[in-house]
Write a protein that binds this ligand. Sequence first.
Ligand SMILES: Cc1cc2nc3c(=O)[nH]c(=O)nc-3n(C[C@H](O)[C@H](O)[C@H](O)COP(=O)(O)OP(=O)(O)OC[C@H]3O[C@@H](n4cnc5c(N)ncnc54)[C@H](O)[C@@H]3O)c2cc1C
Length: 375
Amino acid sequence: MAAIDKVLIVGGGVAGMSCAIQMRKRGIEVDLIDIDANWRSYGAGITVTGPTLRALQTIGVLNEVTAAGATWNNMKVLNQAGEYLTDVQLAPLAADLPATGGIMRPVLHRILSAKTVALGARVRLATTLTDLTDAGDQVQASFSDGSTSRYDLVVGADGIFSRLRERIFPQAPKPTFTGQVIYRVVAERPPGFDCTHFFMGADSKVGFNPVSPTHMYMFLLHRAEGDPRIDPARQPEALYAAMQGFGGFVPQVRETVRTTNAHSVNYRLLEVLLMPSPWFEGRVVLIGDAAHATTPHLASGAGMAIEDGLVLVEELAAQATVPEALDRFMQRRFERCRLVIENSVELGRLEMEHGSPMVHANLMASTMQTLRQPI
Ligand SMILES: Cc1cc2nc3c(=O)[nH]c(=O)nc-3n(C[C@H](O)[C@H](O)[C@H](O)COP(=O)(O)OP(=O)(O)OC[C@H]3O[C@@H](n4cnc5c(N)ncnc54)[C@H](O)[C@@H]3O)c2cc1C
């Protein structure tokens, strides 16, 4: 095992928490800081694909996630009117794993944060880094609360707009807008709804996934036109307009997005970022969206972030030195994360350019198949 006794994790999202949990299981001292005083996660749903469920099983939270969320094994592809096009069957990765699942983000956050704290990670909120100094085999960190400490490794898990990335890699690429925007909303499941549904419009797409026995989340993706910024107060009305023309059960949900479900409408521009390899410099390494942020097209960004934490800790345990462990980490992570980002961007391009729904479904299915491989 590489000589690692004490680690700083910057950012307590899924990447930082998963890494902290795995490190604590190996007895490594962990300080985890998050800039958010309330350690919040916003109220949308999230899909946890087969590989993500496998990673959550390794972390030890699979049963809690499936009990609080929903699981299923099929994806229905429909046209804009709601007429059936095809089904994609999703097979479980192992006999003791569901094929795929969904959960509310705050519920997943609650499960992971409880485990992080229970295993003894020292969590400090409303705290960020103010300085980092290379001290040979250690890094000296200064914090916004005025304290300082030395660490054997610093893990940057501070998300797509990572300040740590800017500090360590000033030349790193910036997040790029893909041209699409997304709306999300949480609604009650209609009778009989029990799996993913995609409604493929000409240049937009509406999808639904279960997140609990009673609820589902919807997302609507379309090409941005003009200035894509929309004042939050206007977002429910804009979503209502964007949902026009879709059939099936979409009109039923549409009637709720300005009224009963308006509070859960979430809107954002889709941005991607892929740091070139390596994602480390000396004793500082980036994981999760800080190194590779994707769009939701393959519902795998959080899965990749969780896997990063697992693989990093596995390699620290398996290799004799920190540099060897970080090299091995890169070898195991780069191509997999690149595949997710590039194919997600391609799926978005197909949607924006009126691509064939069947080509879209096939690319999605073949990528999901590749992601089933062991990590
Ligand atoms: C619209 C959309 C839908 C998505 N849907 C899915 C999906 O269905 N399934 C899926 O697997 N993935 C999905 N993703 C991707 C997924 O949300 C991200 O990949 C995942 O949340 C990344 O986790 P993270 O921990 O790396 O970063 P984040 O979740 O962004 O967490 C970063 C943490 O760092 C903290 N922080 C930020 N700056 C600082 C600082 N300076 N100092 C200290 N702390 C800091 C933040 O407060 C936060 O807690 C989606 C993404 C988008 C945009």
